[in-house]
Write a protein that binds this ligand. Structure first.
Ligand code: ASP
Ligand code: MG
Length: 423
């Protein structure tokens, strides 16, 4: 024994019914029998979290956040208790723990809490006794001793945080796809599974619509140097390894095209061109907990005139954003608030673009040739995002994926600076 520790996280589809849950249990047991100390983090089964949220809104229009967390945290506990039973039947010792029992300590922001500390002594104890430890994902206990949840997709973050605290060799994320792809395979059937991707690229991908890993989990993994292996729960194939940039085996100019179709644009017309106006607007939105993505402000041609300011928000936050901004019309003398509901975003991501000019020109030209109008643009050193009409997003993704030849062997690569690649 004593091969090291592995954290295995199973997503909702991987534990959705009895048969799948037993398959996950068998996989966990196999890892244990190979000689590893095993901690498994489970998500709620199938669409359980969605159902629980719907239940809450059936009894209350504005469910109390503390009680919401009490409710939502049950989904993951069910998965863990059932899995422990299945593991017992396979002849191994297993113990299920809530996030609180597992020592996941968070701040007090209900429904989107951040992990502050992992006090893993109970897990170490159980592992020391040869037990498999099952931890309910997506939850913790706050510094006020209340149950909290970590935001949608939060089980990924539980797994990564535990891997960091336990010094695990790897954090395996088992999911219903074989890994991270160069684009959503539902839109681009010949999208390529990536063997490896850097933390920086994965962060940009998670932030711009790739649903495989929760953004925070990638952030946490990067900050703590946790190796993530994102792979299929349905077969044995190797998936995608998320590692530091120096370790990536591939060196493509562009790694992936990501997208989202759930954006809305808000435009404030006639914002006074005075210092502090943008600060007020951003503050009001932050206080309403609206996550603003792209922001554009065009300076008026003549000094002292009024400006227009546009930004994108998740469509689900549009109403909240408008309500929060309404009072500013009087306060700042804004002429009007206009919104476009059905916007989407397409992003091209690749560490290689840092050193290679011309990527933006190509992105814009390709979209232009498709007759797709670019409404807003934002860039980072390794990402170019364009806001387009939501119904043109699939065309935009396909056109860019094909223009950058991401589908197979012929991927455009950046020349190896040191000669020869490690692959
Ligand atoms: N069950 C939670 C959700 O659906 C957390 C997770 O699965 O990661 O968001
Ligand atoms: Mg997930």
């Amino acid at each position: 024994m004593g091969k090291g520790t592995v954290v295995m996280k199973f997503g909702g589809t991987s534990v959705a019914d009895a048969e799948r849950l037993k398959r996950a249990a068998a996989r966990i047991v196999r890892k244990r029998e190979e000689g590893y100390d095993v901690v498994a983090v489970l998500s709620a089964r199938g669409k359980e979290t969605d159902r629980l949220i719907a239940d809450a809104f059936e009894v209350s229009e504005t469910p109390d956040p503390r009680e919401m967390d009490m409710l939502l945290s049950t989904g993951e506990r069910i998965s863990c208790a059932l899995c422990a039973m299945a593991i017992h039947d396979l002849g191994q010792e297993a113990v299920s723990l809530t996030g609180s029992q597992a020592g996941i300590v968070t701040d007090t922001s209900h429904t989107k809490a951040r992990i502050l500390d992992v006090r893993a002594d109970r897990i170490f104890e159980a592992l020391g006794q040869g037990e498999i430890v099952l931890v309910a994902g997506f939850q913790g206990v706050s510094t006020d001793r209340d149950v909290t949840t970590l935001g949608r997709g939060g089980s990924d973050t539980t797994a990564v945080a535990l891997a960091a605290a336990l010094g695990a060799d790897v954090c395996e994320i088992y999911t219903d796809v074989p890994g991270v792809f160069s684009a959503d395979p539902r839109i681009v059937p010949d999208a390529r599974k990536l063997d490896s991707v850097s933390f920086e690229e994965m962060l940009e991908m998670s932030a711009s619509g790739a649903g495989v890993l929760q953004l925070r989990s990638v952030e946490y993994a990067r900050n703590h140097g946790v190796r993530i292996h994102c792979r299929s729960s349905f077969d044995e194939s190797t998936g995608t390894i998320v590692v530091s940039e120096q370790e990536t085996m591939e060196n493509p100019l562009i790694t992936a095209v990501t997208h989202s179709t759930g954006e809305s644009r808000v435009t404030l017309q006639g914002v006074p061109d005075t210092p502090g106006a943008a600060g007020r607007i951003a503050t009001v939105l932050a206080e309403a907990n609206v996550n603003v993505d792209m922001i554009i402000q065009n300076e008026p041609v003549t000094e002292g005139q009024r400006a227009d300011m546009s930004f994108t928000v998740p469509r689900d936050d549009l109403r909240t954003a408008r309500e929060a901004l309404e009072p500013l019309c009087d306060e700042l003398g804004i002429a009007a608030i206009v919104s476009d509901e059905a916007m989407g975003k397409v992003s091209v991501i690749g560490a290689g673009m840092k050193t290679h000019p011309g990527v933006a020109a190509k992105v814009f030209t390709v979209l232009g040739e498709e007759g797709i109008n670019i409404e807003m643009i934002a860039t980072s050193p390794i990402k170019i995002s364009c806001v387009v009409a939501a119904d043109r997003v699939p065309d935009a993704v396909r056109a860019l994926h094909s223009a950058f030849e991401l589908s197979g062997e012929d991927t455009i690569r950046v020349e190896e600076p040191f000669g020869g690649s490690a692959a």
